[in-house]
Design a protein around this ligand. Structure first.
Ligand code: FAD
Length: 306
């Protein structure tokens, strides 16, 4: 089902992002964790493409498995860095033939960014170029990325917002944000997006803080600021994984509650292929939300997290 159709049925969506596992060990862990998350009946799931060194084939294989075997509503991520018109056409047809109805279209990151060279030999340099191309020729529902704290390459928030508007005009049906740890960035971003005429739904992307080291790394990669109160709580416990997990979960509950209570259209959860934090968070959020609770109570088998 197209995600835009799901929006009509569910006022707030709860979705999970996965990346293709590498190696047997990770594949087994992935299977168990995806099984736990499947019981929560997410609105949709998405599979990353090319990020962290994963290949096109791994990504499409995961998409096929989720969509056709596990019967999730699945969105395939796809990037245009170095992709020719021919390759894009071939890949879009492959996804279409698999029955996929949703794609998240991105620029991606070149292996070695060189500002003097175009990113793409066929002139598809930005996500908006890819979105326009795919929108004209295929019938996918299209998601795209948005950056509440500005994309790292953009010279200013204003320019980034203008480029976001170009993505919306090119045919993006909804946006999912880069991770952020302070909701003020999301609320301010929604206001600014409205000011430049963007009416497209912007779903917040949330990541659970599982380890101090990991969150520092993500903050560096994504440019997401870590607020001082999080730093103060986490830093003294950085060598105590159980305590960091507890603090991280508490923060995620607080962040998601604020988002959902104040009008965010759902939560897109960066699972990192793990299930414990997503399940614990879902359990907590479902306490006051009948639409989540019903789903949670339907899952009758015990949860196992590895
Ligand atoms: P764009 O929207 O093209 O923007 C990139 C930069 O170019 C921005 O600074 C923008 O302001 C600027 N820009 C855009 N249009 C123009 C223009 N016409 N002229 C001048 N400047 C312009 N990466 C992966 O490799 N695989 C994934 O699966 C993946 N999934 C992601 C999912 C989400 C929700 C998010 C937020 C990011 C994801 N990424 C993924 C990371 C993404 O590929 C990088 O952040 C990448 O650097 C930018 O991609 P984009 O689609 O946002 O690019």
């Amino acid at each position: 089902m197209k995600i835009t159709e799901i929006f009509k049925k569910q006022k707030k969506t709860f979705s999970f992002e996965f990346f293709p596992p590498k190696g047997l060990h990770s594949a087994v862990r992935f299977g168990v964790n995806a099984g736990q998350l499947m019981k929560l009946d997410p609105s949709f799931v998405s599979v990353t493409y090319g990020a962290g060194g994963s290949s096109r084939d791994n990504s499409f294989e995961m998409v096929d498995l989720f969509h056709n075997d596990m019967k999730f509503n699945c969105m395939a991520h796809y990037t245009c860095v170095n992709a020719t018109h021919e390759k894009i056409a071939y890949d879009m047809r492959t996804l279409q033939d698999m029955g996929i109805e949703n794609v998240m279209l991105l620029r991606g990151d070149p292996p070695e960014p060189d500002s003097n060279k175009p990113l793409n030999p066929d002139g598809i340099n930005y996500a908006s170029d890819l979105i326009r191309l795919v929108k004209q020729k295929y019938h996918f529902c299209i998601g795209a990325a948005a950056y509440p704290e500005k994309h790292q390459d953009a010279p200013s928030m204003n320019e980034d917002l203008i480029n976001l508007r170009i993505k919306a005009d090119a045919g993006a049906d909804f946006f999912v944000t880069q991770m952020f740890f302070d909701n003020k960035y999301y609320w301010e971003f929604l206001n600014k997006a409205t000011q430049v005429g963007i009416k497209t739904r912007i779903i917040p992307g949330i990541i659970p803080i599982n380890s101090y080291k990991q969150i520092k790394r993500f903050s560096e990669i994504s440019g997401a600021n870590i607020p001082e109160y999080i730093e103060k709580k986490m830093a003294p416990e950085k060598n105590n994984p159980d305590e960091v997990y507890k603090i991280g979960l508490e923060l995620a509950i607080r962040q998601c509650t604020d988002l959902l209570d104040n009008g965010a259209p759902g939560i897109h959860f960066y699972t990192l292929n793990k299930s414990r934090a997503a399940v614990d968070l879902y359990e907590e959020l479902s306490k006051d939300r009948p639409e989540f609770k019903e789903k949670y109570e339907q899952s009758c088998t015990p949860h196992v997290h590895i």
